[in-house]
Design a protein around this ligand. Structure first.
Ligand code: AR6
Length: 167
């Protein structure tokens, strides 16, 4: 597997699948979730609604992942995963690692060879960037997967630098 780092916008990535840092409602939100739905168009939300009705009436639990179309985005699929909200009283690292592993598993099932990840949980969910970078890179490196190309798409310089020094 090749791991690359990019500073930029995940909605512009030409890969088989991009990963969305969603919330368990799957009904959209701010941050990268908002950008993906905005640029991908209503087809994504439509599929999310169907998934909720069929399988996730109580919401998609943190650490799990599920795929939809990518609508008008250049990718073929969006893999929605729910990161844990950062906590200082409880160690939720395993759940954050699970987002990456579960997303790669879904990608493999789809036959996706290239996957782009944002830095899950590091925005609205408050995870410190350095720690999130360590967990993300360790999880992806250890994952037993046929995905060949993993790209981390970091939105700003600080995020890029955090991942770069970990890599
Ligand atoms: N491309 C790449 N990275 C981005 C982009 C983009 N277009 N936009 C933001 N980021 P966040 P979370 C970065 O808040 O912390 C939503 O409302 C951002 O700088 O999007 O997992 C959901 O619906 C940060 O480093 O996700 C949930 O309610 C990283 O993406 C909640 O936010 C993640 O920030 C999830 O919070």
């Amino acid at each position: 597997m090749e791991i690359t780092l990019v500073q930029g916008d995940i909605t512009e990535q030409r890969v088989d699948a991009i990963v969305n840092a969603a919330n368990s409602s799957l009904m959209g939100g701010g941050g990268v979730d908002g950008a993906i739905h905005r640029r991908g168009g209503p087809e994504i939300l439509e599929e999310c609604r169907k998934l909720r009705a069929a399988r996730y009436g109580k919401g998609l639990p943190a650490g799990q992942a599920v795929a939809t179309t990518a609508g008008r985005l250049p990718a073929r699929w969006v893999i929605h995963t729910v990161g844990p909200v950062h906590s200082t009283s409880e160690d939720r690292s395993e759940l954050l690692a699970s987002c990456y592993v579960a997303s790669l598993r879904v990608a493999e099932e789809l036959g996706a060879g290239s996957v782009a990840f944002p830095a899950i949980s590091t925005g609205i969910y408050g995870w410190p960037m350095d720690d999130a970078a360590r967990i993300a890179l360790d999880a992806v490196r250890r994952a037993d997967t046929s995905v060949e190309d993993v790209r981390f798409v970091l939105f700003d310089r600080t995020a890029y630098t955090a991942f770069e020094s970990r890599l």
